[in-house]
Design a protein around this ligand. Sequence first.
Ligand code: GLN
Length: 310
Amino acid sequence: MKTPVSDFLEEILSSCAHETSGALADYIPELANVDPDQLAVAVCTTNGSLYCAGDADNAFTIQSISKAFVYALALQEHGVDAVVKRVGVEPSGEPFNELSLEAGSGRPLNPMINAGALTCHALIGGLDCDPDERFEKVRQGLSAFADRELDVDEAVFESELADAYRNNAIANMLRSYGVIDGDPADVVRGYTRQCSLRVTTRDLARMAATLAYGGVQPATGERVVDTDVVRQVLSVMMTCGMYDAAGDWMTSCGFPAKSGVSGGIMGALSGQVGLATFSPRLDDHGNSVRGITLCRRLSRDMGLHIMDSP
Ligand code: GLN
């Protein structure tokens, strides 16, 4: 059905359709094979109305966007204080795959870089959880946010795992400092499966709307996580979600968001909307070039910047 909102979404898509700058992520070989011209936007309100335009039903792997949701699941399971003891909340100003820990505390700096995300993955189900069971909890948790059963893109999973030297190095570092327990290879495997969960732009907007609605999935009415968990997740997304471009993002878009190397961006404005964009070409920080353009337009035209005067 045509609505003023869907006309607006069509219009902002066509205004950036010509942009071809940026490059596909190729460190995961399978991601270099996707159609680079895919472009989509979706907006989901906290009452569950969803509007979208472009390739909003095309599937892609969730990648780092999963980090925000698995952080939420870890917080829900263990409580904010226990998780913060293990994973900090400071922006790193570093690329997502940096081998780094916070000086002094020895914790990963935040849950949005790989060191923190691997640690959050390892927290799901508790330290003794079987790795397959842990992944299943993650899959079910993310599916609850989306109101749809999500599955794994096995080709992307195998492709990333075969080449996961950097993430194995990070997981080994975490193990050697006692941040995670068990076999680091199991954690990398589970985290890589988590990143290989397949979503559409529509799914991401619904997942974002669950955050915007204080942890309740707008369509099902199911409480997925508590409000204090959402507050923590959105705060960390605001300061750390766009990696070493977080300051630029804050000033130009001004709503909490998380990006992934397959070209998705998911954002949420508390009490208002969840939104998502998809375009696979990335800038040097690993953020989608046209996704950022679209988010700037959404922020400006829908008044989503949290620092805007009323
Ligand atoms: N699976 C990817 C990795 O760990 C996710 C990175 C991202 O989306 N920025 O390298």
